[in-house]
Design a protein around this ligand. Structure first.
Ligand code: NAD
Length: 479
């Protein structure tokens, strides 16, 4: 058993009111460590420290911010294997995916190291003679970052990096299931020379720590990634306090396969989009909308490749699909498998697997003959399960793809330029993929969705400035 891992508040490691166990979903006998669970008082202390440190951090200027973010990126790269091993061990992502995610976190810090120098404004002439106008961007102040369990390195990175780059101070609350990766990131940020109070880590339950962050008067903005019900509760509480919010939530992402698709391309995109990372991606392809002419050949080949996927412990070299993250998530997935049958689908795979280590293993599942009005086609499952919906023509493709409460990502596999172009224009989502999986994005361009998937400004790339800064318009008259 390792030493307790503490919260980072005002540059010091401090205990919470109890310790929480972090267990490996690939092997429940593996206790990864004990992590401090913070209190509302810890959030107040962190928010006060952040508020006191933030003006000095912004005043230190862009070079100081660039240098810190660059050092953080370098340290993440240097420790990538250890971080990825922790990530795979606590979240269940297979090691190659965990390594790619960790490297992505470093790339994000490096990108925003450059952005700190490029914070720009506008100078305009006034309609009044002799008056000049300057439009500048300023930090929001203290931002609260609340993150989910499924990308324990990348999502904290894509919130922390722009927050610090644009001169804000941060309070981070990672998901309870994955404190280990966040704690490693916090230690790296601290050791890279981040001034006391500029970055704070408070681990613990959302109902205590997350709620206290939304309520803390020192915290001016909340960036949240997680489920719709939590996002809705945060939006409500933030509106009451006039706080800025950015919410990234769920998806029920359609992946369309047209009759003219290249079959190997379509199967590869769907296999990746639906099942890699155990389907635990907000951008996962959970509705496969397949035109009648290619349907049977596509289903046969996808089934063959899906059943051949090796499900196993995240750190085993031959595993392709790791475990489901928790007992609760697995129980939810299995209940959707039962529901798919009850709603009239033919189910392939989806059963719980017993492997030599006791973990939350599940075979990926296809729900065939699904209809878009079934619950399995409307509700986010967040597991390795995809519903296959047969459609007649392109008009039906668009109608079914857009008939969802969510609007995060949508994909199409086709060799028709006309259909690809039409789909890009008509899909009511934030991100569209042509001949690519719905999941898997770049870090220098905007990320986010429409409808129930997102609220507020986009994350990532230069668009991150919309959330992490506020605009000031100054008028001056020379006299
Ligand atoms: P969750 O909503 O249960 O938890 C997310 C975070 O919110 C956790 O840190 C949790 O502790 C905290 N929280 C819980 N209750 C809170 C409260 N009352 N006040 C403040 N904070 C609170 O989500 P999860 O299960 O960790 O993650 C899975 C969900 O995340 C899925 O719905 C998935 O689609 C979504 N997700 C979305 C994106 C995206 O960018 N759109 C990316 C990844 C995951």
């Amino acid at each position: 058993m390792s030493d307790p891992h503490l919260n980072l508040i005002n540059g010091a490691w401090v205990p919470g009111d109890h310790l929480s166990e972090n267990r490996n979903p690939s092997d429940l006998a593996d206790l990864i460590g004990l992590y401090a669970a913070g209190t509302a008082g810890d959030v107040t202390a962190a928010a006060e420290a952040a508020a006191a440190a933030q003006p000095g951090w912004f005043a230190a200027g862009p070079q100081a911010r660039t240098d810190l973010l660059d050092r953080i990126a370098t340290r993440i790269e240097a420790e990538a294997t250890d971080i990825a091993t922790m990530l795979a061990r606590e979240e269940g992502k297979i090691l190659p995916e965990a390594l790619a995610e960790t490297r992505r976190a470093a790339q994000i810090f490096r990108f925003f190291a450059g952005e700190a120098l490029r914070m720009s404004g506008e100078a305009l002439a006034s309609v009044r003679p002799g008056v000049d106008i300057e439009v500048t961007r300023e930090p929001v102040g203290v931002v609260g970052l609340i993150t989910p369990w499924n990308f324990p390195a990348a999502i904290p990175a894509w919130k922390i990096a722009p927050a610090l780059a644009y001169g804000n101070a941060v309070v981070l609350k990672p998901a309870e299931l994955v404190p280990g990766t966040a704690h490693m990131l916090a230690r790296i940020i601290h050791e890279a020379g981040c001034p006391a109070g500029v970055f704070n880590l408070v681990m613990g339950p959302g109902s205590v720590v997350g709620r206290a962050m939304v309520e803390a008067p020192q915290i001016g903005a909340i960036s949240f990634t997680g489920s719709v019900p939590t996002g809705r509760a945060i939006a409500r509480a933030a509106a009451e306090r006039m706080k800025k919010v950015q919410l990234e939530m769920g998806g029920k992402n359609p992946m369309v396969v047209l009759d003219d698709a290249d079959l190997p391309t379509a199967v590869a995109a769907c296999l990746n989009g639906a099942f890699f990372s155990t389907g635990q991606r907000c951008t996962a392809s959970s509705r496969l909308i397949v035109q009648a002419g290619i349907h049977d050949a596509f289903v046969a080949e996808l089934t063959r490749q899906m059943m051949a996927l090796r499900v196993g412990p995240a750190l085993a070299p031959d595993s392709q699909i790791g475990p489901v993250v928790s007992a609760q998530q697995l129980a939810g997935n299995l209940s959707y498998v039962d529901l798919a049958r009850a709603e009239g689908c033919e189910v392939i795979g989806g059963e719980r697997l017993n492997l030599p280590t006791e973990g939350h293993f599940q075979r990926p599942a296809l729900f065939l003959n699904a209809r878009n009005d079934m619950r399995v086609a409307r509700e986010e499952i967040f597991g390795p399960c995809a519903a296959v919906i047969r459609v007649a023509d392109f008009d039906e493709v668009l109608a079914v793809a857009n008939d969802s409460d969510f609007g995060l990502s949508a994909g199409i596999c086709t060799t028709s330029l006309r259909h690809a172009r039409e789909f890009r224009r008509q899909a009511r989502v934030g991100m569209v993929m042509v001949n690519l999986p719905t999941a898997g994005v770049d870090y220098h361009v905007p990320f986010g969705g429409t409808k129930g998937s997102s609220l507020g400004p986009r994350e990532q790339g230069r668009h991150a400035a919309e959330f992490y800064t506020t605009v000031k318009t100054s008028y001056s008259f020379a006299g």
